[in-house]
Design a protein around this ligand. Structure first.
Ligand code: COA
Length: 320
């Protein structure tokens, strides 16, 4: 038993914010941001929030898959920015779309969230426990950003992407996940923590902290490594891969991964210029755009690869 993606959907944040808009609030420029990252603009949510964007992406994915929400058995959502500690974002989506027969939970793996969520849902399908699952990557990352810190605030955007997957006998779906907890301090955002009646402190709340150069070095080394690992484990050569759909964190990271794999940049579609880094949402948003633009043909082999805080990484080889 294996897994096939049968439909996709996406929903970016409602408001477009350009590099020039950011130059009005911090000392930066369109030239600096574009040349260092490839980002021209990003979308920020002004009302929908994580679960609202996720529910819209989920409905579109169900429509695209030709499946009714009641037919879903499972919802797995990769997010670092749920609105509540509990309930999970997946439960909010379940209610919003009427997926009354689905179990749901969230996965916390930062920008690798969609890949980890997809691997998790795939494992349930492969085991025979469920047949239809909805996998979401959704983040309202703008609420974790310190908007006075130019080193990070120019990088991120909000959005959600979703895919409906189905169990089936034939096809190809193989992947790996990894993490290096020793490097957790390189990319962090503290949750509400450290306060109770004994400490007489109010819990602290954090903003995103990132050692950009460490993250950059990690990504350009680890992403090609995990892609090679998945391809080698399945005896698939790089010439057989139609597209590498990477987490959209920085155009220069993607360029560098392409060079290290000695693969042409045309195999690495990008939409970072429009959305910035949408964390767990970046891979499914890009996948949905490619699907709707007719770039994917049934039988194409594609690789998804995510990386982010944790540090975490993961790659999936699948047949469209
Ligand atoms: N606008 C203008 N100048 C800026 C700036 C901004 N938005 N942000 C930083 N700078 C300045 C710095 O203050 C520094 O100035 P200084 O030399 O006077 O101190 C200079 O630009 C260089 O900063 P540095 O941090 O060395 O830049 P960089 O070339 O490493 O690029 C990143 C910074 C963040 C773009 C880059 O490190 C990166 O992309 N890292 C990976 C981040 C990532 O992908 N994270 C998410 C992973 S999921």
């Amino acid at each position: 038993m294996t897994t096939k993606i049968i439909g996709t959907g996406s929903c970016p944040g409602e408001r477009v914010v350009t590099n020039d808009d950011l130059a009005k609030i911090v000392e930066t420029s369109d030239e600096w941001i574009s040349s260092r990252t490839g980002i021209k603009e990003r979308h920020l949510t002004t009302g929908l929030g994580t679960s609202g964007m996720a529910a819209r992406a989920a409905m579109l994915a169900c429509e695209n898959a030709g499946i009714r929400p009641e037919e879903l058995d499972l919802i797995v959502m990769g997010t670092s920015t749920p609105e509540y500690c509990f309930p999970s974002g997946a439960c909010q989506v379940q209610a919003a779309i009427g997926a009354v027969n689905a179990a749901g939970f969230d996965i916390s793996a930062a920008c690798s969230g969609f890949v980890f969520a997809l691997m998790t849902a795939h494992s349930f399908l492969k085991s025979g426990m469920y047949r239809n699952a909805l996998v979401i990557g959704a983040d309202d990352i703008s609420k974790l950003v310190d908007w006075s810190d130019r080193k990070t605030c120019v990088l991120f955007g909000d959005g959600a992407g979703a895919a409906v997957i189905k169990a089936q006998e034939d096809g190809c779906f193989e992947g790996m996940m990894g993490c290096d907890g020793k490097k957790w301090e390189v990319l962090t955002c503290q949750a509400r923590s450290g306060g109770n009646f004994i400490t007489e402190k109010k819990p602290d709340l954090g903003y995103i902290y990132m050692d950009g150069q460490e993250v950059f070095k990690f990504a350009v080394k680890k992403v090609p490594e995990c892609i090679r690992q998945v391809l080698d484990a399945n005896g698939v050569g790089m010439e057989a891969v139609r597209y590498y759909i990477l987490h959209q964190a920085n155009e220069r990271i993607i360029d560098s991964v392409a060079k290290r794999l000695k693969e042409p940049l045309e195999k690495f579609p990008m939409n970072i210029q429009k959305y910035g880094n949408t964390s767990g949402a970046s891979i499914p948003i890009l996948l949905d755009e490619m699907n709707r633009e007719g770039m994917l043909n049934r039988g194409d082999k594609i690789v998804l690869a995510g990386f982010g805080g944790g540090l975490t990484w993961g790659a999936i080889l699948l047949e469209w």
